[in-house]
Design a protein around this ligand. Structure first.
Ligand SMILES: O=C(O)c1ccccc1N[C@@H]1O[C@H](COP(=O)(O)O)[C@@H](O)[C@H]1O
Length: 222
């Protein structure tokens, strides 16, 4: 089955256009002010317009207040909220009830212990996203361009629908798909020429790598 592909941290019409043309199933906008990918909700709404009905629009937030969520949801009208902070299961339920949107809950992973709380969110989060834990000193909870040990995901129940992120790029995405049960992949820095600067050439290369990974292997000698 083809994986979902989310291109995250978009800030220009050119990058949105290329992601959509190449078949992104999800496009993400970052509402975390310390990020080089931060975008104002009204600008994100304008950028997202061509994606409506073609790709899911994802609002990425980090422990956002209800007022912040209210502004983002009313301006952007996202399809999914990506909760990239320390939102508890109870808080996720409250957000779902208040905004009526599906939630993708992020787990930041370095060791097996980081996955212990997944179970508490099963039946609450609509989807999971496993990302690498931020390195010491980073101000960003995500978008650090680093990977984690994907074998840790072997502990995740097969029925759990998850996306994978963290340092994915054209060189490792095929391995990521081959070695995990991720039903979707999510990339940000791996398609950037500098922090926060998306490269359409790198978006192309990323999709090329996914398509190659996805292509059926031809039998040799016939
Ligand atoms: O990208 C950011 O700056 C960011 C800020 C705050 C929360 C999440 C953020 N990005 C998310 O991080 C992952 C992986 O990014 P990368 O490919 O390793 O750069 C992705 O899910 C983004 O949504």
């Amino acid at each position: 089955m083809k994986p979902d592909i989310k291109i995250c941290g978009l800030k220009t019409p050119e990058a949105v256009d290329r992601a959509l043309k190449r078949g992104a199933t999800h496009i993400g906008f970052i509402f975390f002010e310390k990020s080089p990918r931060y975008i104002e909700p009204d600008l994100a709404a304008k950028l997202a317009e061509p994606a409506r009905g073609k790709a899911k629009i994802v609002a990425v937030v980090v422990d956002a207040t209800n007022d912040e969520l209210d502004e983002i949801v009313s301006l952007l009208k996202p399809d999914i909220l990506q909760l990239h902070g320390n939102e508890s299961p109870e808080h996720v339920l409250t957000i779902k009830a208040l905004f009526g949107l599906p939630v993708m809950k992020v787990f930041s992973v370095r060791t097996a212990d980081d996955l212990k709380r997944v179970e508490a969110y099963v039946g609450i989060a609509d989807r999971f996203l496993f990302d690498a834990k931020a390195p010491k000193g980073s101000e960003l909870p995500g978008g650090n361009g680093i990977s984690f040990d994907w074998s840790l995901l072997g502990w995740i129940d097969e029925s759990i629908d998850y996306m994978l992120s963290g340092g994915l790029n054209k060189n490792n995405v095929a391995d990521a798909l081959a070695n995990t049960k991720a039903r979707g992949i999510d990339v940000s820095s791996g398609v950037e020429s500098a922090p926060g600067v998306k490269s359409v050439a790198m978006i192309d290369e990323f999709f090329d790598a996914v398509e190659t990974a996805d292509a059926p292997v031809m039998a040799s000698g016939s």
